[in-house]
Design a protein around this ligand. Structure first.
Ligand SMILES: [Mn+2]
Length: 357
């Protein structure tokens, strides 16, 4: 239990206790990896509130935490009421972004703590996770390596007639067979005109000669996510495909070379966006350049036109510029990097020169 970090937060915010609800924050703070649970933290202790499916796991993983289990006649509201009474809690921080409005209302009533005593935490708990420890970085590097190996394997499977869904299934089977706990998000395999949709869902469309195939995938290793994207061509690339691919690659390289701590997320985004805009494709790059990753696939800070967070060593970012042309197709190239003292270290090692299969 990371009680020291929490003590600072409790004092800064003048809170008696905090009720964490976001599974990633609960895992980060306590070690407990279950879902649908709460973590109550005061200056003195951490208490995992869970149901009987998770009691044993919480006792094993939640180092230094008490575990209290709900029963038929003792729900979360009443368990919370006990804790609030034991410690005479007058104000409680809660994660408004991780809880449903109805759940909050119910807990407020059952725990007997009126709404004005509940203080919104914003992203105070998630902020602890922005800078990764060496142990976290090891896991993320391992997760990304499984992705790299999956990409090199899948190159032999990409041929006309194989469907997008089959390619997605093969990627996922490979990653699990090589130590991944699962995917970190729904695998994207988008071929031909589908590749113009940045977050296309794989279909029964078979790969065809001349198709761009964009594969965006990742896995979890010991809780930590990986994320990478590569775009290849089935058969020979035509001149327009080559042109678009080169622009995206140059944009990505400019960002990988320029990204460094002290920059804001917006400045990071600019590095790649400038290249794509100068080439005349600015309107076809609708999303941000990247996002942070960790226990969750999308974390803050982002490399985007809207994120002014200053980047610091130890933060993870994806660098994933793209150009998507409706009716024609699209290209995205994505690496996952960690900010160092002077720039970045790339955790992704898969080749990026245009591959024609
Ligand atoms: Mn991504």
């Amino acid at each position: 239990m990371k009680l020291e970090q929490m003590k600072v937060l409790l004092r800064e915010r003048k809170l008696d206790a905090v009720l964490a609800a976001c599974p990633a924050n609960i895992r980060y703070l306590s070690g407990f990896a279950g879902t649908e649970s709460y973590l109550y933290v005061s200056e003195k202790r951490g208490v995992i509130l869970t149901d009987s499916r998770y009691t044993l796991q919480a006792e094993e993983e939640g180092k230094g935490c008490e575990v209290r289990t709900i029963r038929r006649d003792l729900g979360y509201g009443k368990l919370l009421a006990q804790l609030l009474k034991e410690e005479q809690v007058e104000n409680l921080g809660f994660e408004e972004d991780a809880m449903l409005y109805g759940t909050v209302r119910e807990l407020q009533q059952e725990a007997g703590l009126p709404p004005e005593c509940w203080r919104m935490l914003g992203d105070a708990l998630s902020s602890f996770r922005k800078i990764k420890s060496p142990e976290e970085l090891d896991r993320m590097e391992r997760a990304e390596r499984i992705g790299d190996e999956a990409f090199s394997y899948i190159l032999n499977e990409l041929k006309p007639g194989v469907t997008e869904l089959q390619i997605a299934a093969k990627l996922e089977y490979f990653m699990r067979s090589h130590g991944a706990e699962g995917t970190s998000f729904d695998t994207i395999v988008a071929s031909g005109y589908h590749s113009a949709m940045p977050h296309a869902v794989p279909t029964e469309k078979p790969l065809e000669n001349g198709d761009f195939v964009t594969m965006d995938f990742g896995c979890r290793y010991q809780g930590y996510c990986s994320d990478m994207t590569r775009t290849v061509v089935i058969g020979k690339a035509d001149p327009r495909q080559k042109e678009i691919y080169q622009i995206v690659l140059e944009a990505q390289q400019a960002a990988l070379e320029g990204l460094r701590p002290g920059m804001t997320g917006t400045e990071g985004d600019r590095l790649a966006r400038d290249v794509i805009e100068k080439a005349g494709y600015g309107e076809y790059f609708g999303h941000g350049l990247g996002h942070s990753v960790g226990l969750e696939i999308h974390e803050k800070p982002a490399l985007s036109t809207r994120d002014e967070t200053v980047l610091l060593p130890g933060m993870i970012e994806t660098v994933e510029p793209g150009i998507y042309i409706p009716g024609f197709g699209g290209v995205r190239i994505e690496d996952m990097v960690v900010l160092t003292e002077t720039g970045i270290r790339n955790l992704t090692t898969s080749p990026k020169e245009l591959i024609e299969l």
